[in-house]
Every structure is written in C-alpha cells, then in structure tokens.
Design a protein around this ligand. Structure first.
Ligand code: AMP
Length: 431
C-alpha cells in the first residue's frame, strides 16, 4: 500500500505548534479563516456554517490572553468591489464570538490598528482578494496579451506578493491557518505567510479536525474500508479513484460515471451521460482494481428517464441495456440494496459524490439511501467521512450532518487530499 505524503514532513527543523497548548498570552495571532460565506442581495448571510466553524479557534486565542487579527477572502473580486467587503459579516462574527470586532478597511494599511491591539481585542482585515497578490495571479490582462506579456505580468505580481505577505506577517506574533477550504491553494495568507513564523505557526481546530478525519480513512482505517465515489464524470474523479485503488477494499461507483464504464464493457447506455474518451481509463480502473484485490461495485440496475427533467417518464433497467431514448439518472433499488450490504459490512466508509441526479427529487432516492445507510453504519460503530459539496448537501438535507462521523467543509481541498496531493496550506505549517 502506498502511504500518502501527510506525516512525512514531521521531521523538520521548525517547530509546529499546537493550538491547544500554545501560550497566546500577550501575543497577537493572525488567523486565516474561511469566511467566504454566501450572501443574498441584501448582504445577509444565508449560510453561516463557515463562521460557526471558525469560532472555537478564535475563542481559544482570546481565552488564552491573545489578540486576534482575522483574515479571509470573500467571493472572487477582481479588485476592490464593495459587494465583496467583509464589512457585511462583522455583525455575525461579533454575535458568535461574543466580542467587539474592529475593522481594517484595507488589509495592507492595518499597521496602527494591529499595533494598538490589547489582549482580548479583535481586528478583522478587509477581503484579502481585493489585492491580486493574495492569489499571486495577474489581473486585467488584455484578452489578446502575448505570452511574453503574460509572463511579465505574472513575474510582477509574484514580486509584489513578497511585500504583501511580509506586511500581513508584520501585524502578528504567531500564525494560525484554519481555512481548510483554501488549503489546496498556495496563496499568500494560506501558505506563504507561514515562513515568517517558523516556530509560531499552527493549525486551527477546523484544519486539525479535517486532517484527522481524512487520515483516519487514508492512513489508519479499520477494515473493510469502502469508498463510494459518485458524481458526473470519470475524468473529474479519476485522480481520486486511482489513489483510492491503493487503499480501499471496496469501491462503489455511482452516478453519471457508471455509463462510461458500462459502455466500455460493451453495454448499451442510451442517452446517458458518457465520456467516450474515458472508456480506456474506465477499463484500466477495473483491471487495476482486479490486480490490487479491490472489489468494484457499479450500479447494475438504474432508473432511466426519457427526459432530463424531474417529471420525465421512468423505467428501471440494467445499466448496460438502456433503451436508446432513455438516460440513466439514479441507482435503482436493487443496486442500492447491494451498496447497502457493502456499506454495512464496512468499518470505515468514505463518500464523495451523488449516485444520481439528486437535485431532482424524483432522482434523489439512491443518493438519499446512501446518506441513510451511512447514518446506520455510523450507529453501528463505523467511521464515516462525507466530503464534496453534493454529498454534504445530501446528508444535510436528510438531517444527518451530525449523525455521520465527519462532514468535510472543504470541497476542492478535500478532493485534492484524497488524490494524494500535498496541500500547500498543510505543508506550510508542517514544514
Ligand atoms: P460531481 O461534481 O462530479 O461530484 O458531480 C455531481 C453532479 O453529478 C450532480 O450535479 C449530479 O446531478 C450529477 N449526476 C449524478 N448522476 C448523474 C447521472 N446519472 N446523469 C447525469 N448527471 C449525474
């Protein structure tokens, strides 16, 4: 079995601190959180999960006598854009933290405010992405810019990024990264800043929780270990599937991906989603699985619809014999029953991606059944990890978000971690 890179970097010359033991008294902590919350057109927060998630870390610093400098991005601004101001969320942070929050209108001009912070004080910096330097990507390049112009613009932003990082670091005595959602990005605030705090950098509780949960699956799982991978395309999930083939005992494959596998095996898939150019990849997955002793379960029977709409006419048919004018839209009860048997016989289960077009209520039954089965497996003592926007939405809709072992908050970051990639935000703290 191939082990993943996490953990290999623990033997380093720098000290990685632990938030639970660190002495914050009299110190200023700059904390990268993920306050990228959805706002409606009145700038009201429609889902405050990310703010709530960051509170234990923020409270820890204050309780231990420290002061907070909080930094985050919000949305994808192309420069300073009022609608993406973090001002909109000050009230929510104050209410949840139980402390007054000062605001720095410009994250590069917060010297005086940061210097004046006393223990217990909280300063929130304006959206980091108002500056191109946060992501280190040039902005405003003409559509017809030459390669040379692109290269020069990139070099310019990289050069000014150094000053940006240095300025942020100058505000504080220690650095905490608690933004798992951006841990897969080597941005100024998520990775580069860590080098200014070689002995005073640490993960916050969100990051600690995510890493621990994922490593429970990838590094030290109780067996059997089953991964359920759904979603639309083989091409977007092949990285994860390939990595998991070295780790899992069972691989359940559902969703739109199934039809590429079935067609590659000689089946008839009608109008189903199918990536013809991924058929070899699919066949390779099956032969690698065989070599590695991984059992693969594809939805053998499916609900097929005569239109891609919730009210379409449906039939249940084998996934390798779908009529020409029908398309597979959900795992059928027989397939779900098989998946259930595999899941309930497992001690560790990872779920990413829906097994049907779950946005349409009539085709959400298979996905909801997976959520239900994961809850039951958790009740029986299995460790269950759910990650990826759609699967998280499914367990949440079913009211099971706190009835599985762990629900990951980081979509892209979680996927890259599952692919076995080193995440810059994690490596920067460990290195
Ligand atoms: P992903 O982002 O790759 O995890 O894919 C999630 C999407 O896959 C959801 O929007 C689902 O509606 C879609 N999906 C799942 N099953 C199917 C299917 N049989 N046909 C088309 N789309 C599907």
């Amino acid at each position: 079995m191939r082990s993943i890179p996490f953990g290999q970097k623990l033997l380093t010359k720098h000290i990685m601190q632990n938030i639970s033991n660190y002495d914050f008294s009299g110190k200023k902590a700059i904390v990268r959180v993920d306050f990228n919350v959805p706002l409606n057109d009145k700038f009201e927060i429609t889902d405050d999960t990310r703010i709530r998630a960051a509170i234990p870390t923020l409270k820890k610093v204050l309780e231990k006598g420290g002061a907070l400098i909080i930094m985050s991005h919000l949305g994808r601004p192309k420069g300073v854009e009022a609608k993406y101001s973090l001002k909109h969320i000050i009230g929510a942070v104050e209410a949840k933290l139980g402390a007054k929050v000062q605001f720095a209108d410009d994250c590069m001009k917060a010297d005086a405010q940061a210097a004046a912070l006393k223990p217990g004080d909280v300063l929130l910096l304006e959206n980091l992405r108002f500056y191109a330097e946060e992501e280190g990507k040039p902005r405003g390049l003409a559509a017809d810019a030459s390669d040379e112009e692109k290269k020069a613009a990139k070099a310019a932003v990289k050069a000014s990024q150094k000053e940006f990082v240095k300025k942020l670091a100058s505000y504080a005595d220690c650095y905490i990264n608690d933004a798992f959602g951006t841990a897969h990005r080597a941005h100024a605030s998520t990775a580069l800043i860590a080098e200014y705090f070689p002995n005073d950098k640490m993960f916050g509780y969100v990051m600690e929780g995510e890493i621990k949960a994922i490593n429970t699956v990838l590094e030290s799982p109780q067996r059997p270990l089953t991964a359920i991978i759904g979603g639309s395309k083989v091409s977007s999930k092949i990285g994860i599937i390939s990595h998991l083939l070295d780790l899992v005992d069972n691989l359940v494959i559902g969703g739109g991906m199934v039809y590429t596998f079935k067609k590659a095996l000689g089946g008839k898939v009608g109008k189903s989603l199918c990536e013809d150019d991924q058929q070899d990849v699919a066949l390779n997955v099956l032969s690698e699985a065989k070599k590695k002793g991984v059992k693969v379960y594809l939805s053998d029977t499916v609900v097929a619809a005569d239109d891609f709409s919730n009210d379409a006419n449906t039939i249940i048919c084998p996934s390798n014999n779908i009529p020409d004018d029908y398309e597979g839209v959900d795992a059928a009860p027989e397939a779900v029953a098989k998946f259930r048997e595999v899941i309930l016989a497992s001690k560790t289960i990872l779920w990413n991606g829906p097994v049907g077009v779950f946005e349409m209520p009539n085709f959400a039954k298979g996905t909801n059944a997976i959520a239900q089965t994961l809850k039951e497996a958790t009740d029986k003592g299995a460790f269950t990890l759910v990650g990826g926007g759609d699967s998280v939405a499914a367990v949440t809709q079913m009211g099971y978000a706190d009835k599985v072992s762990y629900v990951s908050t980081g979509g892209g970051a979680m996927l890259e971690y599952l692919e076995g990639k080193v995440l810059p935000g994690i490596a920067a703290i460990q290195g």
